[in-house]
Design a protein around this ligand. Sequence first.
Ligand code: HDE
Length: 714
Amino acid sequence: MPKNPHTQSNSGPAEDNATTNEHSKTDQLEASRSRAEGRDLRTNQGVRISDNHNSLKAGERGPTLMEDFIFREKLNHFDNERIPERIVHARGAAAHGHFQPYENAAALSKAGVFQDPDKKTPVFVRFSTVQGGRGSNDTVRDVRGFATKFYTDEGNWDLVGNNMPVFFIQDAMKFPDFVHAVKPEPHNEIPQGQSAHDTFWDFVSLMPESAHMVLWTMSDRAFPRHYRTMEGFGVHTFRLIDKQGKSRFAKFHWKPMAGTCSLIWDEAQKLWGRDPDFNRREMWEDIENGDYLEYELGVQIVEEEDEHKFDFDILDPTKIIPEEQVPVTPIGKMTLNRNPDNYFAETEQVAFSPGHVVPGIDFSNDPLLQGRLFSYLDTQMLRLGGPNFHEIPINRPVCPFHNNQRDSMHRQTINTGQASYEPNSIDGGWPKETPPGPENGGFESHHERIDAHKIRARSDSFGDHYSQAQLFWNSQSDVEKEHIIAAYAFELSKVKRPYIRERVITEILPNISVDLARAVGKMHGLDAPSSPTASAEELGKSSQKTSSALSLMARLPGNIKYRKVALLVADGVDSGQVLDLKQKLEAEGAMAMIIAPTMAPVKGSDGNSVMPDAMLNGQPSVTVDAVIVPGGQDSVSKLAKSGQGRYYLQEAFKHLKVIATLGEGKELLTTAGIPVDEGILSGSEPDDVFAEFCRLVGQHRVWSRDTVANDMPA
Ligand code: HDE
């Protein structure tokens, strides 16, 4: 049959091997952007609308007419605007950016994304909480999702991780049970965004394999200060495959360049009301201000022959590989530098899957990972309305893709040609398979030899449930331990059934630490056993007793870059000091916020006025990292008389924040009843306190104040 001259032929390998750059995804999205500036209002069929305020009626006071196709189209579309939210990780915020390898990592993996240190691969990252619905709060006690889509030349690679390196269960078979237990309870849909309820603690106290992960979620890691100060982990052991086809086991880590730090519980709770969008807002604003988020990608590599040399099974997702045993090698850096244009189109419709891998990256037999390989595409069929969601702009690969999949809901691609099958001779045999190869080859699964009985069972090597929970506990600083004790006590206080509380305190906690069990037991009026109660197998054994990487304190920011500092002012403030402080703070990369009782310009003592950035109750102390009270008698007297002014300092003190006062500012400390400690600085001029202020804020909080702070009623 003669070829139709209007039919484009498949361009074949030349097009397939086209390379992309860091802008490829943004450029591709441009085709889908719709800008309304200067444009007429029209229906979806392109008809110009003359009146967007009134429906068509039979008379001015009469009934609306069926005939009004403009009204019906508008309402029809509106009525169907929502899609099901994600069954877990419903609340999220995302950003675009790029990943750049430090050097050629061909010795580890043939994946193109790791080869060229000059090449930037576009990425889209979605951070999320797990338990709550899409409208829940950002700062709840929960795991955070950290999902990255790399738009590589060889297809999309999704690293769908969390901010904690282990998981609650060992086998995907238990995932629906776990999620049913942690989600709001079925009879009343309470509580939202929290694990402090009966069904969660019932389940985890009957599933000792969850002990390690539950301990992580009871630590301050469960409410990161900012997404930029949060670690990320691929959790499972994956495989990297080099050009020779050699496989090595690998764990992925995201190490935040800004260090690690978290909120503290009272602060996190207050933020639910004061700023439910706290984490997403800060990420958005920082990116708008050019303060990009940066993370190093690191890998822990285990040679195949070393698979069994550990005290635990590297396929068990409730285990980490301690960094002392296998160091994390940094292989590249990710920068998040662009906010999405549209939340729904990008953040809500993005579809991640751990099954999206490229040649050079492969799976291990971790039974949790194996189950995930099924679950993500399956859930997305429902959530995104059929199997064509890969065509949604945010999900499309930047490299070309052709295959014989056809039709279904909302198909956008207009496939030309008649042969939607392979082999074919009608369309010249296209699209054709690509044999595996060291470069640009077709995907080839690692040739792992498997010779086994079909068996529905758990390997004995997964029997250790407590040794790494002990390792985590032993690696925490005293303050972190106190926070963990308080977290268990708080959560269990919300559990109505006494026998569940008792089970946690007497049957789970003593196997992690007798001290932990006793401390929590004391707060519940229960005696904890004086020695572990689990079997030797469950207690396991770890040659590693502590691991410094497990403490949040190990990677504190060390400087005041990106920190928010409140300057509390009122009429009569020493405006010279305010401007000097602002300049000094900004020179160090911090954000200085002038905060006043109202948004009216503040009259300085020298007659100059200062414009406030926010009001005391609009930018409360829970939203900043440190507070400075500049001098000026009238200003300080006004703040001291105001309940909000005094509360600001009391709450900042309670949350272990550094407070500095200049001149008369010191009087506010006295009126607010703030005891002086190493984190309370006073001087006459900014230079008297600035260096020490920066040093202390670099430590994130005044940790030595932790026990005293509990006495502050704020
Ligand atoms: Fe997920 N998980 N998960 N998960 N997960 C989903 O996929 C699932 C697990 C993670 O921002 C769902 O599209 C199973 C571990 C992130 O869009 C769902 C199991 C880790 C996100 C699903 C796990 C994760 C999800 C819900 C156990 C860390 C959000 C909506 C076998 C390594 C991605 C969706 C985003 C989302 C299933 C366990 C990370 C239902 C079956 C372990 C970051 O498919």
